[in-house]
Ligand binder design. Structure first.
Ligand code: NDP
Ligand code: OXD
Length: 316
């Protein structure tokens, strides 16, 4: 296989300033922010977050697309994206952020933080019944690099952990379920649902009222809990509100929303049973991710295979 010269990089993002990404990529590569003209043959790689539609079609010699996040729905949303490998983020730093977020939110609900916050505001001295983690089943939808790491951390804290994936998986200490047939049994055995799925045509809107109804609501636990740190369009915001209001759900932690930023008019902002964060569960840190991308580009140019390539037919 011929060795390529150091390929040029197009850095194409919307929604934030990519200065640090530019600085770090430029240490090894020539980086541009716009293609030069309607067809720029000088670009080999694109590093992207929500690139503008049709942009990548202007790069006739594009060899690979690097996502700035673990999710790639922001790339796949543009149906004109050329048929070259798309690489998603798999990085210790990002995984660590997500594990911290999931453990934080599970413990917060498990230890009844919302109840104590309410009591403190009213100066109420009352000790509700306390359970241990091994009385609670946490179900993780999506057993990918993030879901598996979160499952391991929760299991080591003593929670009973269930996991649901597309294909069959085995994981020590985790009860695994898969596919359409496994979904209801998985939900029926889950008290706290953690969503770490990618957004694909198969998963869009999956977290709806019907699904939430299938969660386990055991006597004494006070109801099921939802934590979504995957993608907003996996869920139906209105169904979550309905489920909270009629007791189908006890509480929710939402990091992602159907529309982001969450509109100021959304009732989610002020809902007493929702803990909301601004899509901040696991932020992509260029200091950790750019060296991985640069290493991948160099390895590719030496003829080595790319890692963490998206399966385009599955959409993740
Ligand atoms: P992976 O691609 O490693 O794993 C995805 C998992 O979801 C796999 O277990 C896969 O099953 C499962 N899955 C996909 N489609 C289906 C389906 N139709 N039915 C059942 N299971 C399905 O993803 P990551 O773990 O790296 O990341 C997960 C998501 O987290 C990202 O796609 C992104 O949207 C989100 N994310 C959010 C962040 C935030 O800050 N809020 C930060 C980073 C990521 P199988 O194992 O069979 O392939
Ligand atoms: C990601 C994200 O996909 O930050 O990595 O949402």
């Amino acid at each position: 296989m011929p060795t390529l010269d150091k390929g040029r990089v197009l850095l194409a993002v919307t929604g934030f300033h990519p200065q640090r990404w530019h600085e770090l990529l430029s240490a090894e590569r020539e980086v541009v922010l716009e293609p030069n003209g309607p067809a720029d043959p000088t670009i080999d790689y694109a590093v992207v977050w929500k690139q503008k539609p049709n942009l990548l079609t202007k790069l006739p010699n594009l060899r690979a697309i690097f996502s700035i996040g673990a999710g790639v729905d922001h790339i796949m949303a543009d149906k004109t994206v050329p048929d070259v490998p798309i690489i998603k983020v798999v990085a210790e730093n990002l995984t660590q952020h997500m594990v911290e977020f999931v453990v934080w939110r599970v413990l917060d609900h498990h230890r009844q933080a919302m109840l104590y916050e309410g009591q403190q505001k009213k100066k109420i001295w009352h000790e509700p019944p306390q359970r241990t983690a091994n009385d609670i089943s946490v179900g993780i939808m999506g057993l990918g690099s993030l879901g598996r790491a979160a499952a391991q951390a929760l299991s080591s804290l003593g929670f009973r952990v269930n996991g649901w994936s597309r294909r069959e998986q085995q994981m020590l200490g985790v009860s695994t379920f898969n596919g359409d047939n496994g979904l209801v049994p998985f939900l029926n055995a889950t008290d706290i649902l953690v969503v770490l799925l990618p957004l694909t045509p198969a998963t869009q809107g999956i977290v709806n009222y019907g699904l939430l109804k299938q969660l386990r609501r055991r006597n004494g636990l006070g109801g099921a809990v939802l934590i979504n740190a995957g993608r907003g369009r996996l869920q139906k915001d209105a169904d979550i509100l309905r489920a909270l209001d009629d007791g189908t759900l006890k509480e929710a932690s939402l990091d992602v929303f159907e529309v982001e930023p969450l509109p100021k008019t959304s009732p989610i902002w002020n809902h007493p049973k929702i803990f909301a964060t601004p899509h901040a569960a696991a932020t992509s840190d260029p200091n950790h991710l750019v060296p991985i991308m640069l290493r991948q580009m160099s390895a590719f140019e030496r003829g080595e295979p790319l890692e963490n390539v998206v399966d385009r037919s599955a959409g993740y």
